[in-house]
Design a protein around this ligand. Structure first.
Ligand code: GUN
Length: 300
C-alpha cells in the first residue's frame, strides 16, 4: 500500500485564494488594505530569496508589501528604531524580521520589540504565552500550516495521539501547543528521547521537525498514520551526477510512504504552506486591528 500524498502546493493555493478574497472585502467594504513589512538585515542569499517570494505573494493577494533592506553592519539601535517606526505606522498590520540576524544583533530583543498584534511570525514572547494558555494569539506560520493540513486530512483531531519530533521555538513547541489545543495527546520527542522509534510507532500523527535529513524511516511509522515532514535539507545527490544536490525532508519518503496513510512530500508539502500562512496571519492581524471579524478558516 502507498500513502496518500498531501499536496501542500495545491493547499497553499487555496489558502492564498481565501486570503485574496478577504483582502478584497476589506478593501471594498471597509476601505482598508492590509500591509506587511518585511525587514532583512544583510545579504544572505537564501534569506533574500525568501523575502522576494514573500513580497511577490503579498502583492498577488492584493495587500501592500513594504521591504526594508538594511546593511549587514546595521546597529541594534537603528534596527530597533525601524521596528518602532513600523509599530507606529497604521498602514502596517504585520511585521516580519527575517531570521537569522547577523551575530551582533540580539534576535530575542528585536523580536520582542515588535508590537505583539503585528507579530505575524508569532515569535513574540506574548504570543507564545497566549498560545500556550489557549488565548487568541498570532500563531507561527509553519505549525499553523501543518495544523490546517491535519484538520483537512482528519476533520477532528480530538483524541488522536501525536508525536512531534523536534523542540524548536519556531516549529516543535508551537506545533505541540496547537495539537494539544485540538485535543490530541501530544508527546514532544528530541535528540535525547529514549526509544524514539517505538514512541513514534504509537502515534496517529507524526510531525518531523528536527532538521536531520531522512531521520524518520518507515519502520518508525504506525500503519495508516499521517506523517507531516517539516524538514528541508539540501544534501548531495551523487546518483544525479557529480556535485548535484537535492532537497529531502526529515522523513525517508520512500519507506514512510509504504506504511503511512498520508504523508507530505519534500518539496511541495509543508514548505508552500508557510508563506500562505504568513499572508493569512497578516489578514487576521489587519481584521483584529480594525475590530472586524476574523477571517474564517485562516486562523488556529
Ligand atoms: N527565516 C526562515 N524562516 C523564517 C520565518 O518563518 N520567519 C522569520 N522571521 N525568519 C525566517
Amino acid at each position: 500500500m502507498s500513502a496518500q500524498i498531501i499536496d501542500g502546493k495545491a493547499f497553499a493555493a487555496t489558502v492564498r485564494e481565501k486570503v485574496a478574497s478577504h483582502v478584497s472585502r476589506l478593501k471594498e467594504v471597509h476601505g482598508i488594505t492590509p500591509g506587511l513589512a518585511v525587514v532583512l538585515v544583510g545579504d544572505d542569499p537564501a534569506s533574500e530569496v525568501y523575502v522576494r517570494n514573500k513580497g511577490k505573494q503579498t502583492l498577488e493577494c492584493g495587500m501592500n508589501s513594504y521591504e526594508h533592506k538594511l546593511p549587514d553592519d546595521t546597529s541594534e539601535a537603528d534596527l530597533l528604531a525601524l521596528v518602532q517606526q513600523l509599530n507606529a505606522d497604521p498602514t502596517v498590520h504585520g511585521i516580519l524580521v527575517q531570521l537569522p540576524l547577523p551575530d551582533h544583533l540580539d534576535s530575542d530583543l528585536v523580536i520582542n520589540a515588535i508590537d505583539p498584534a503585528k507579530d505575524v511570525d508569532g515569535f513574540h514572547i506574548s504570543n507564545v504565552g497566549l498560545l500556550s494558555t489557549g488565548q487568541k494569539a498570532m500563531v507561527p506560520c509553519t505549525p499553523l500550516g501543518c495544523l490546517m493540513m491535519l484538520r483537512q486530512q482528519h476533520g477532528s483531531l480530538s483524541g488522536l495521539t501525536a508525536v512531534v519530533v523536534g523542540r524548536s521555538n519556531i516549529v516543535g513547541k508551537p506545533m505541540a501547543q496547537l495539537l494539544l489545543r485540538d485535543s490530541c495527546t501530544v508527546t514532544i520527542a528530541h535528540s535525547r528521547t529514549k526509544n524514539i522509534e517505538e514512541l513514534c510507532r504509537t502515534a496517529d500523527i507524526v510531525v518531523a521537525a528536527v532538521g536531520r535529513p531522512e531521520m524518520v524511516t518507515g519502520d518508525w511509522i504506525k500503519p495508516g498514520a499521517t506523517v507531516i515532514d517539516v524538514g528541508i535539507n539540501r544534501i548531495a545527490a551523487p546518483e544525479r551526477g557529480p556535485e548535484k544536490m537535492k532537497l529531502v525532508g526529515d522523513v525517508e519518503f520512500a519507506s514512510a510512504c509504504r506504511v503511512a496513510g498520508a504523508i507530505t512530500p519534500v518539496p511541495g508539502g509543508v514548505g508552500p504552506m508557510t508563506i500562505a500562512c504568513l499572508l493569512a496571519n497578516t489578514v487576521t492581524a489587519c481584521a483584529r486591528a480594525n475590530g472586524l471579524p476574523e477571517p474564517e478558516g485562516l486562523t488556529a
